[in-house]
Every structure is written in C-alpha cells, then in structure tokens.
Design a protein around this ligand. Structure first.
Ligand SMILES: [Zn+2]
Length: 331
C-alpha cells in the first residue's frame, strides 16, 4: 500500500486520539454512575479488594483460591450488572466503548491492518488527490474516441487524429499497468481541449483504485503551494504536509504547465520538485500546451532535459473537444 510516512503517522495519531477519547468518555460514565448509584462504587471496591486478597492466597500456595476468586468476582459483577440495569443503564455502560470493536481502535488485528485502517487510508488517498469527483466522470470507461476526427490525415504524424489517439490511450493504459516498483513519468502535450487532462484523470482513477497515492494540481496551484511553503514562515501545518505529499506521493499530476506566471523562482522550484521525484522513483504526469522549445524557454534547459531524458512524451492531436461538446449539446 502506498502511504507516505507522514500519512501513515497521521492515521496512527488519529487512533491515539481516539483511544484517549475512549478513556475520557469511560471515566465520565464511571463518575456519573458513582455519583448516582453509590452502591456500584462499593461493588467496584469489593471487586478490587477481593482480587487482591485472593492474589495473596494464591501466592501463599492456596490451590483452590483461583476458582473461588473467579466465582466471587463473577458474583460481584453480576450484582453490579443487575444494579445498573435496574436503574435503566446498559450492563456494559461503564466498560470502554470502541469506535471499531474489531481492533479496539488500534488499527490492527493480529498484526494485520484492520478494515477500519484500510478505510482511513483510502479516505486519505482520495481526499488528498482532489479528484475524487472528477475521476467518476473522466476515466477509461468514459473516454471516447468519437471526438477525434477519422478522416483528415495529419501530415506531421501521417495518420488521423483518431488513429493517433488510440495509440496514446494504449500508451496511457500501459503506463498504468507498468506502474509499480519503478514508476514512469509522462508528458502530454497538445493544444487546449484535445483531452490531455482527461487522459491524466483516466490514469489517476486506475492508480487510485489500486491504492496508490495520487495528487492532482494545476500548475498555478502547485506553484502557489511552493511559494507559501517557502516564504510564509508561519505556513499552515497543513500546507507543509501538502508540500511533503507533493514530493512523496506515488503519482503527481501537474495540469496545464505553462499557464501560470513563471519566473526564476517557479523554474527552480519546478526543477527541484521534478528532480526530487525522479530520485525518489515516483511517477509524474505533466500536461502542457507548450512545445518542448517553449518549455525550454520558460523553464530553463535543466528542467527540459530532465523531462526529455526521463519522461515518455505523448503528443495529443485533435480539435477542441470542449467546443465540439458545446456545439453538440446545442443541436
Ligand atoms: Zn478496526
């Protein structure tokens, strides 16, 4: 499973908080009962002293002490139960109550992650990815070749946009299949509206379903986080966590690179981020309207050369699908 260390710690901290809360709630219930039914406190005291007395007898060699103790304690507990119920309380009202009784809010059962842990993990992976809702609509099942022209041959590639997109889709599916120990990276280039973001979302959906951690950010949001983490010393704890996730998640999607305001700061931050992710063997998908030459002009040679050497580059051709859809819906 693909949680970063900080995410794992966050879940474990949550279990710790829950356990403290459980104890606190139990203390309150016990206090309430002692106040309202003093006889219960007397029974509890009797239970403690009985246990201590018998422990001494057992240590003194009394063979039968254990059995007699069990009997006496069972009797005292029964009295307590009856007393509680007679006053309208559940028999286990003073016991610890758990949010997940299966693992008693520890997250683990017999050394294995409890179902509640897996659920917390999934919630975290989905929430951080920001795309939970989008990938319900945009995924390989809903990806349609119909929007791509199948008549005109595009001279640069010697085939139609549809024939080409079929290969691009195939490459994206392969990217997902091979995403494991070693994670690849992709650059999707092409004009506005040709489906680059849609393809990135298809990939995201598949990887999220396989419990990989995925973060989707537009380039401007990404740089916004970089500058807030860098320049605001009192940056929210959450922002710092986010920065950690950006470097550490299994797949980072940077959408629409080139639309943000860029300067030497964004260039150096982008280089740091891409390079760090390559070093950590994490996957990155970038979509951009820019050509490779324009990328070089905007983000320096070293950013572009990292991408050229380590990314699979997939140009996407076609008409603006958003315009087509709008026209289609008007008819
Ligand atoms: Zn559990």
């Amino acid at each position: 499973m693909a949680l970063s260390n900080s995410q794992y710690d966050a879940i474990i901290r949550e279990y710790g908080r829950q356990q403290l809360l459980n104890k606190h709630e139990q203390d309150k219930r016990v206090e309430e009962i002692y106040r309202l039914i003093p006889a219960v406190r007397e029974l509890d005291d009797a239970i403690s002293t009985t246990a201590v007395q018998y422990a001494k007898k057992m240590l003194g060699g009394d063979q039968d002490a254990l059995n007699r103790m069990k009997e006496e304690l069972a009797d005292l507990r029964e009295q307590k139960k009856i007393l509680l119920q007679s006053r309208g309380y559940r028999a286990d009202y003073m016991e610890m109550q758990y949010r997940c009784p299966d693992c008693r809010d520890t997250g683990y059962v017999n050394g294995k992650k409890c179902h509640c842990f897996r659920q917390a993990q999934m919630r975290l992976l989905y929430a951080q990815s920001n795309i939970e809702e989008v990938v319900k609509r945009e995924n390989f099942q809903t990806f349609s070749l119909e929007y791509y022209d199948d008549e005109q041959v595009i001279p640069a590639i010697g085939k139609t946009a549809r024939a080409h997109i079929r290969q691009v889709e195939e490459a994206c599916r392969r990217f997902v299949e091979e995403f494991g120990e070693k994670k690849g990276s992709l650059l999707l280039t092409g004009n506005t509206g040709v489906g680059k973001t849609f393809l990135a979302n298809c990939i995201a959906k598949e990887l999220i379903d396989r419990y990989f951690s995925v973060i989707y950010l537009s380039a401007s949001d990404l740089f916004d986080i970089f500058s807030k983490t860098k320049f605001e010393y009192q940056a929210e704890e959450e922002m710092k966590d986010m920065y950690g996730f950006i470097l550490d998640c299994d797949l980072l999607i940077i959408d629409d690179l080139g639309t943000e305001l860029n300067n030497s700061f964004t260039s150096s931050q982008l280089f740091y981020c891409l390079n760090e992710r390559l070093n950590r063997k994490k996957g990155t998908v970038i979509s951009t309207n820019l050509s490779l030459n324009a990328l070089r002009d905007n983000y320096t040679e070293r950013v572009t050369s990292r991408i050229m050497s380590y990314y699979q580059i997939l140009p996407v051709y076609g008409d603006d699908i958003r315009l087509k859809k709008r026209r289609g819906s008007r008819q």
